[in-house]
Design a protein around this ligand. Sequence first.
Ligand SMILES: [Fe+2]
Ligand SMILES: [Fe+2]
Length: 326
Amino acid sequence: MTPATLAISSAVPEHERRLGRNESYGALVARLSRQSVTKHFDAYADVEWDAADAAIDHADPRWEQPSDRPFGATAWYRALAQPTRAQLGLHLLATQVKIGIEFERVLKQGLLEFASTLPHDAPEFRYAYHEVIEETQHSLMFRELLVRIGLEVPGLGWLDRMGARRVARLGRKFPELFFLFVLGGEEPIDWAQRETLRSGRPVHPLVERVMRIHVTEEARHICFAREYLRHHVPRLPARQRAALALQAPLLLAQLTRQMMRPSAHVVRTYDIPSEVVAAAYTRNAAHRAFVAESLADVRGLCVELGLVTRWTRPIWRRLGLLESGA
Ligand SMILES: [Fe+2]
Ligand SMILES: [Fe+2]
């Protein structure tokens, strides 16, 4: 790890600690595949969807945004009737769950494209298929949660707008950029879920179970994507490295904007004034810091790989991807 990385990300992420120092890249990939056999979850067998405490009540105070979350901090939100505060909080969660399904669909398509370039005896081929299976179980969990929440969450279409097919094809044509996309989607959400689980705030048991399963398996996916990049980016021709350096901040900014902001549908449904959205998100220094912090690990990796250069650092700063003072 370079001194620059240390300055940006002080904590060594948990999934990094899993890697033994002398383990080769091939051995690591094989080990991750074996872990998929011994430690994996089924969306239906491993979640007690019909337990007595699993029912979802839209007015449950546990859905309310706490005062340290973007809307929770606004006077507008606090002035809403309690059932509306709870339902709006639940609707924000449902939107993220729906985005999760859409993101994972592109991820699975890209992983299959990636595997199509490999011989069947490559360790990455087996690993990619394990990850496709795990993401399919995640999407089934998310789907079941959405069904039980029962709020309208339209297909967001944002992934389509940013060229979902193009992203999936990257799995075959430019896997380094594809796995950066994977990290850009997985790490901020993983970080936000860990933060929720650590916070000690009351969490609905179904949501807690889904999050715990998700962070357990995501640690593997994040580990693979990071090690794939560490192994392959230094071997890229200069032109492709430059393309990666330029596209990395653009991709990360687009992903986090979509994942960490309320959807237009939620804004319309609850008639949220635009000044409230601006105060909660766009002009909210605490929210910007939260987003920048959630990207600390992927940003640290980009620094380590030499992708944050003299030329691209201003783009990172401009897009709000650097922590203040970085
Ligand atoms: Fe997932
Ligand atoms: Fe994943």
